[in-house]
Design a protein around this ligand. Structure first.
Ligand SMILES: [Zn+2]
Length: 610
């Protein structure tokens, strides 16, 4: 730090704003700007955000300090202080929010939320090993922003700001568009001119890449440069509408699995597509499957078959693995080859169905509005053979995973367990084995035991939108709802006995129910009543904005982050209430007994039953 301090001291009296931008290189529409050089190794996030603000100042004819140390370090101090205030305001007490984390750690991704509130909207793109790795919802937002930029057609400039996260490094990218002009600005606190892609450099990199591959060593620095070059090129093409971004995302997921495969065969993509499946080396596929078995399902289930390249490549992989499968026969379900083959085959099989060419309908969860509804007829919008590992026995087997358009099944979440239930198609009843909660999209799936017959039947139901009866076991649902609702009531009563007591989580299983509170009680534990009585219960469900939730609680719980409107539950008029996506009832809750209280530091686990 002392070197920087010296530099700052020298400059304190001579800081001047920047009138002209210094350009390192200009290529196509991208202007690579010189910026204040980074000295502290993990401060790239501060540099990237600082550079964005200075460039915006420049655009708005305000004072711009792109090359100035004092201004930069003042900014760092200011942002760090703001983060501390934000932490206190939102009652955040986990990593990376301690004073030490904020002052000495990296500029973490979660700091961007407060940063955006303070300064300017930014779109984050994370890119690693040749692929965009943002979550599904973020990818949708990126596609939306890019489309908005392409369609923009007004005289006043549109300015879009991107933070690009590339293997351990943040850089910034600003896109400006008017009716007649499009310009991109790229800023990197390392100021190295590695952003051009002349043939010579490309050649060097290709050579290096193959050496790395042969040695199976990973040079992170070089990978970072390759990723950066690729991403800047991609941004340029996508924002100018020369490349379909949705198609790019789809193909890059496919290529993540298929490219290593044809490279292992020593083939080009075209040679691979033209290859005779019968002549493919079986051993290589086994090696490949070993490496990719764990992630192949989660990545490829996002692949849309609308796009030609992905469809052709996956069809060819399926031909190859199907050929091998016909020779070696059915393997154990946990065999890597079998796992990969099943995923690819499931995907490719769905290509023949019309429905797989349309986006899946958004699920409607009926239990949000009516928790007493235990039978309902709807059709399914998704069918997939899914590999399943039992939590307790650790055994592997297959399920058929389906999603209903209108759903009454409650999947485990918020401490409330899965419903017990079945589905009925014609005269056949299928018991539900597991439920899968996709919290990010507030959708859920149900699993039944795999059999080829059931699988074919469900694919047929999916095609014909056959009405299927869903049945929830009403007794179990009622007990789950009661235990869960009791948790709400107990929380309301106990929080009154403390100062700043906060609800952390609950577990509402028949074999054990408890809620976990954090803070301090104002009375000794022994004096906490062991029985509570309730009357005049009345369930109310409403939907609040994040701001409203913050107003009431003083913080926004992490689990509601994905939903725009937060479902707010109250069981009595006088209660504060809490965000929740469970099922509730007011039946049979006249009396709740506390059976045990365990204290661990400032956390209290309070066990109860009805
Ligand atoms: Zn609830």
């Amino acid at each position: 730090m002392s070197e920087i301090l010296m530099e700052i001291l020298e400059k304190v009296d001579q800081e001047e704003c920047t009138n002209e931008l210094q350009i390192i290189r200009e290529f196509n529409n991208v202007i690579h700007l010189k910026v204040y050089q980074q000295h502290v190794y993990n401060f790239c996030g501060y540099h990237a955000t600082y550079n964005i603000l200075q460039l915006l100042n420049h655009f708005h004819q305000k004072k711009c300090y792109l090359y100035h140390s004092v201004s930069f370090w003042k900014y760092v101090k200011f942002v760090q202080n703001y983060l501390k205030l934000y932490r206190t305001k939102h009652n955040i007490n986990h990593e990376p929010w301690s004073n030490h984390d904020i002052e000495h750690g990296d500029f973490e991704r979660c700091y961007l939320k407060p940063w955006k509130e303070l300064y300017h909207d930014v779109i984050v793109i994370q890119y690693q090993f040749g692929r965009i790795v943002n979550g599904l919802k973020e990818k949708e937002q990126i596609i939306h922003s890019i489309q908005q930029f392409i369609n923009y057609d007004q005289v006043a400039p549109l300015i879009q700001v991107y933070m690009l996260g590339i293997t351990f490094h943040w850089v910034s990218f600003v896109a400006v568009k008017t009716k007649s002009k499009t310009k991109f600005y790229f800023m990197d606190s390392k100021n190295i001119d590695y952003c051009e892609w002349k043939e010579q450099i490309k050649y060097k990199n290709t050579q290096m890449t193959s050496i790395i591959k042969e040695l199976r060593l990973l040079d992170m620095y070089l990978q970072g440069i390759l990723d950066l070059q690729e991403l800047i090129k991609l941004m340029d093409q996508a924002l100018r509408g020369e490349l379909n971004f949705a198609e790019y995302l789809c193909d890059s997921s496919t290529l993540m699995y298929v490219r290593p495969l044809y490279e292992l065969f020593g083939m080009s993509e075209q040679q691979f597509l033209d290859a005779n499946p019968a002549e493919i080396n079986q051993d290589i596929i086994i090696v490949w499957a070993q490496e990719y078995k764990n992630t192949i399902f989660s990545v490829l289930k996002e692949v849309s078959i609308l796009f030609d390249r992905s469809r052709k490549l996956l069809t060819q992989v399926n031909k190859i693995t199907s050929h091998i499968h016909s020779i070696i026969g059915q393997q154990e379900v946990h065999d890597p080859f079998q796992q990969c083959h099943d995923v690819i085959q499931g995907l490719v099989e769905s290509f023949k169905y019309e429905w797989s060419y349309h986006p899946k309908e958004k699920q409607i969860n009926l239990y949000f509005e009516d928790a007493s509804k235990c039978e309902h007829i709807s059709y399914i919008t998704y069918v997939m053979k899914a590999y399943f590992r039992e939590f307790v026995t650790k055994q592997h087997h297959y399920h058929i995973r389906i999603q209903f358009y209108e759903n009454i099944f409650h999947p485990q979440g918020g401490g409330q367990p899965d419903d017990v239930g079945s589905i009925i198609i014609g005269d056949k009843e299928f018991i539900i084995k597991n439920m899968y909660n996709d919290r990010q999209h507030q959708e859920s799936y149900v699993d039944i035991e795999f059999s080829q017959e059931a699988y074919d039947l469900l694919l047929d139901c999916r095609t014909k939108k056959t009405p299927i009866l869903q049945k929830v076991n009403p007794e179990v649902r009622l007990i789950h709802s009661q235990l869960h609702s009791a948790g709400h009531l107990l929380k309301e009563e106990l929080i009154k006995l403390g100062k700043g007591l906060k609800y952390i989580k609950g577990m509402h299983f028949q074999k054990e129910s408890y809620i976990l509170l954090e803070g301090e009680f104002e009375i000794p534990i022994e004096q906490i009543p062991r029985e509570f009585q309730f009357q005049d219960l009345q369930l109310s469900i409403c939907y609040y904005t994040h701001n409203k939730v913050f107003e009431i609680l003083g913080y926004v719980p992490e689990f509601v982050e994905f939903s725009e409107m937060v479902r707010w539950i109250k069981l009595r008029d006088q209660d504060i209430g809490f965000p929740c996506y469970g099922t509730h009832t007011v039946k049979g809750l006249d009396k709740i007994q506390i059976t045990n209280i365990l204290k661990n530091n400032n956390q209290f686990t309070i066990f109860y039953n009805l």
